[in-house]
Design a protein around this ligand. Structure first.
Ligand code: ADP
Ligand code: MG
Length: 324
């Protein structure tokens, strides 16, 4: 199967939102009056970001999900995306699965595939997403203020638990592994929550490299520090709440580490004034996305990790750094 047949069969659909989609030299996309385009790219490299054993449809889902997560962190509504794909062979069962997972998530968010590039090479997937946000109302990293609450959506640390289980550094009872693996391979971008937080959150970021590491980006951009409750965060590990955790033998320390520096969560971490707690809960209900308060913004730079009693923890939690 040739390059153009492959594009036509797996990656071409009629454009609805874009003025022009796949098939010409450029796609054309017109932002609505009063809106700004929000644009973000993320690349997934085999062996680095995903295991070669992952099911193609889940990989298709995840490749778009991690990009939609960036739009969510800006409070933007997804519009369209491009796909640059390099792969060793035109493996049709792989392409069918990959495009199915990819386009199912695209449809769920009304985000259409408008172009890309296809070439032979090591398996590598690069997506660029385009979203829209009312001019001046994007959520940024730089707006956190001393006294703000620190919140996080959904669940934390499950993807890291699954990764460690695959690496063989810990073992999980089957139901916990299933849950954790789902979070690793099938993340849920918090797109509706991000939009609902416009005008409510003072700063936001999506958690891709680990909660603390990503939170530091907010703290540096906002020139503030934070105190984080490690126990409130470790409550958010979904696998930990399962009955089979009773026989997992996993220590609290493990759940704290996974929650605080796990990576691959694709949740939103955000700050908001304490007066806005009702508004945050309202945004949570409207978007059917759980949120939890896990800390507070302080004036002193750096992050202080404490337990549920407020006692400082000595352990260091470092996040994922591709060149670290
Ligand atoms: P050009 O040579 O002008 O860059 P290509 O021959 O690379 O164009 O691609 C032909 C058309 O197919 C273009 O509209 C391009 O955006 C689209 N396209 C190529 N690869 C993909 C892909 N993986 N997914 C979606 N569209 C693609
Ligand atoms: Mg090209």
């Amino acid at each position: 199967m040739g390059e153009f047949d492959l594009i036509a069969k797996y990656f071409t659909r009629p454009a609805k939102r874009a003025a022009l989609g796949v098939g010409d030299d450029c796609a054309l996309l017109a932002p609505a009056p009063g809106m700004q385009l929000a644009i973000s790219s993320d690349m997934l490299v085999e062996g680095r970001h995903f295991l070669s054993t992952v099911e193609p449809s889940r990989l298709g889902h995840k490749a778009l999900a991690v990009n939609l997560s960036d739009l969510a962190a800006c409070g933007a509504r997804p519009l369209a995306f491009t796909l640059a794909l390099s792969m060793p062979t035109a493996d049709e069962p792989w392409l069918a699965g990959f495009s199915r997972g990819l386009l199912a998530l695209a449809d769920e968010h009304g985000c259409e595939l408008i172009g890309g590039d296809t070439t032979r090479g090591p398996l590598n997937i690069c997506i660029t997403v385009f979203g829209e946000v009312p001019a001046g109302s994007a959520l940024l990293r730089s707006g956190a203020k001393v006294g703000d609450d620190i919140w996080v959506s959904g669940t934390l640390g499950d993807a890291r638990l699954a990764l460690e289980a695959f690496r063989g550094t810990l073992s999980l009872p089957a139901p916990m592994l299933k849950q954790a693996r789902m979070r690793m391979e099938h993340p849920t971008p918090r797109v509706a929550l991000g939009q609902a937080l416009r005008g409510v959150a003072t700063a936001a970021i999506d958690v891709s490299d680990g909660l603390l590491g990503d939170l530091v980006h907010i703290l540096l951009a906002s020139r503030v520090g934070a105190r984080i409750d490690a126990d409130a965060a470790s409550e958010l590990v979904a696998a930990r709440r399962m009955p089979s955790n009773a026989e997992s033998g996993l220590a609290l320390e493990t759940f704290r580490t996974c929650a605080l520096s796990g990576g691959d969560d694709y949740e939103l971490a955000f700050t908001a004034r304490p007066e806005a707690r009702d508004a945050v809960e309202q945004a949570s209900r409207a978007s059917h996305t759980a949120v939890a308060r896990i800390g507070v913004v302080e004036a002193v730079p750096g992050v202080r990790v404490v337990d549920a009693h407020g006692t400082p923890l000595a352990q260091r939690f470092t996040s994922f750094d591709h060149f670290g």
